[in-house]
Every structure is written in structure tokens, then in C-alpha cells.
Design a protein around this ligand. Structure first.
Ligand SMILES: [Zn+2]
Length: 217
């Protein structure tokens, strides 16, 4: 039987961990193939460093975290932070992703949510949505669960709940690798929020830890 294949399509190289790291690790344990497509290098997070240095470091961190999750590789599209909308058009990203999808033939795609107010995350969501309506994406597509006050948009969307009790540790380990991020103020807050998020999703669904997704296709 052919192995199930999953594509995670996200803006930055830690979004796949925060959004679906536990599910990612769990699917790999179940023998599925998981690959990641990352839009940007995230060099904007360090305004005082040269972008190239940050790029190299973040690529290294991404490869290391992919090893921890036992993913089958990360493809970087190299877009500039905060310029996604423009660069998606200029660099013909839609066709590029369409070609990748035709090649990989994923059974499932995980990506950003419409509830995500981060402009880069939202640009990725919009592109996915466009590709779905143009039938360039025909497999199931799930969006990450995002914490914000207004959750009305996804009220009617079918939910996918994944028990990540056995793989939460791996998710946490994979995030720790991101040292260029790790040293920034706020990262402790990020790890703590990720923990609380998994805990509350777990409590709500009868698991120790869980990740929740909303099906948009
Ligand atoms: Zn991001």
C-alpha cells in the first residue's frame, strides 16, 4: 500500500511546529510521509543582523527541527517577510506550489488559518483558499487552530482533533532548536502559550494534549 503523504504549507520555519508539530510527529510514527513548504526565512525577526546570516541560521534550525520531527525535508520559497502578497504574484508562487502538489500528490495539507491576524500567515491562507477554489488543490486541507478572541469564522467548519499526548515532547523539542528565535524576548511566552494551548485542547477533548484543526477542503 502506498504511504499516506502530508504537506505542511506555512509562512515561517517554526509555524509547522507551533501549528501541527505534535500531529506531524504522530503521523511520522504511523508511517506517513510529512514534508514542509516554508514561504520565508523570517529574517525580519532580527533587524540588527544581516539577512543572509539569519537565513543561514534559520535554515540550519529548520533542518535540525525537521530531523527531530522525522520529516522528509523542507522546501524554502525564500519570500521576504511582510511582502508576501507582492512576492506571491511576482515570483509566481501559485504555479510553483501547484507543481509541487502535482509532484507530491499529498493526501492532506495543513496550513494557516483565516483567524490568524499575522499578515504573512494570512497571505498563505488566502493563497491556499484561492487554489482550492480554482481546483488546483483537491485533497483535504486543514488549518491550524489559532487563539484569538473572535473565533466566529470557523464555527461551522468540521474539526479534526489529534491526540498528541505521546508526541507533545517531540513538538516541544523541535521548537527548542530554533535558537535564533529562542533568544528573543517573548519566546518563553511562545513556548508557554504552545503548552497551554495543547493542554486546553486536550482537556476539551479528553486527552492529555491535543491539536485541533479546521477543515476548509
Ligand atoms: Zn509565522
Amino acid at each position: 500500500m502506498k504511504k499516506e503523504k502530508i504537506l505542511v504549507i506555512c509562512a515561517h520555519n517554526d509555524d509547522q511546529i507551533i501549528g501541527c508539530g505534535g500531529t506531524f510527529a504522530k503521523y511520522v510514527r504511523e508511517g506517513k510521509i510529512v514534508k514542509t513548504i516554508v514561504f520565508a526565512y523570517g529574517e525580519k525577526s532580527h533587524p540588527h543582523y544581516k539577512p543572509q546570516i539569519i537565513q543561514k541560521q534559520r535554515v540550519r534550525e529548520a533542518i535540525e527541527s525537521d530531523k527531530i520531527l522525522k520529516g522528509k525535508g523542507i522546501k524554502f520559497l525564500g519570500l521576504k517577510d511582510a511582502q508576501f502578497e507582492k512576492e506571491i504574484k511576482e515570483k509566481n508562487i501559485k504555479e510553483l506550489i501547484f507543481d509541487l502538489i502535482k509532484k507530491e500528490k499529498p493526501n492532506k495539507i495543513f496550513t494557516h488559518s483565516n483567524d490568524d491576524f499575522h499578515p504573512d500567515h494570512n497571505s498563505v491562507y488566502k493563497l491556499m483558499k484561492e487554489m482550492i477554489s480554482e481546483k488546483k488543490i483537491t485533497c483535504n486541507v486543514y488549518t491550524f487552530d489559532v487563539w484569538n478572541i473572535i473565533k466566529l469564522k470557523k464555527r461551522d467548519l468540521p474539526k479534526l482533533v489529534v491526540d498528541i499526548s505521546d508526541t507533545y515532547k517531540t513538538k516541544s523539542e523541535a521548537l527548542k532548536v530554533h535558537k535564533s528565535q529562542y533568544n528573543l524576548p517573548g519566546i518563553i511566552g511562545l513556548r508557554f502559550r504552545m503548552f497551554i494551548h495543547a493542554l486546553i485542547n486536550g482537556l476539551n477533548h479528553g486527552y492529555k494534549y491535543a491539536e485541533v484543526f479546521y477543515k476548509i477542503k
